[in-house]
Design a protein around this ligand. Structure first.
Ligand code: MN3
Length: 203
């Protein structure tokens, strides 16, 4: 059973001008495809090949670096595409927006904390909004293709929103201006999908 590269839920042009079509095309059809193919290759003949991706990530310390890097890359990009939208709308009535108010001090405080996590991640990695084992939201970042599902993560939880801060995600349009990319990202978040993941993580 092989993992499959998902289709994007929108056209490569859909997120312009925040993320340009060329970046989206290379990111999805080259980078994400490579993580998917390399994950399948690394799992070939592996005893745990029947696990779903979450099951693999939860016990990633028992797997090879190739499975950690490519399994993380496969999962992280699957999440990333779904939480982006050209019609971003943070409805106050959404439970995740209410939780950001009560647990993180409001939307502006969340954006500040998330931007800080994304901007200070040295080299390549991701910034996350996740739900911890108590059902509370927290902001964190991880290196490379790690994520909060992994048993080796400093802060563990279920990610509901993630931002790719690898240079391949923004360099064509923003070059070294990662802070500009981060600020623009807030205008293309699919909050309905973040909310769906939030409710699912809360159980
Ligand atoms: Mn990427």
């Amino acid at each position: 059973m092989a993992f499959l590269l998902p289709e994007l839920p929108y056209a490569y042009t859909a997120l312009e001008p925040v993320i340009d079509a060329r970046t989206m095309e290379i990111h999805h059809s080259k980078h994400h495809a490579a993580y998917t193919n390399n994950l399948n290759a690394a799992l070939e003949g592996h005893a745990a090949a029947s696990l779903d991706i979450e099951g693999i990530l939860h016990s990633i310390s028992t797997f090879s670096p190739a499975i950690r890097n490519n399994g993380g890359g496969f999962y992280n990009h699957n999440l990333f595409w779904t939480i982006l939208s050209s019609s971003s709308n943070a409805e106050q009535s959404l439970p995740v927006i209410q939780a950001i108010e009560t647990e993180l001090g409001g939307m502006e405080a969340f954006k500040t904390a998330f931007s800080q996590a994304a901007a200070t991640r040295f080299g390549s990695g991701w910034a996350w909004l996740s739900v911890d084992s108590e059902g509370k939201l927290f902001v964190s970042s991880t290196p490379n293709q790690d994520n909060p599902l992994m048993d080796i993560a400093d802060q563990k939880g279920t990610p509901v929103l993630g931002l790719d801060v690898w240079e391949h995600a923004y360099y064509l349009n923003y070059q070294n201006r990662r802070p500009d990319y981060i600020q623009s990202f807030f205008t293309i978040i699919n909050w309905e999908e973040v909310n769906r993941r939030y409710l699912s993580a809360k159980g």
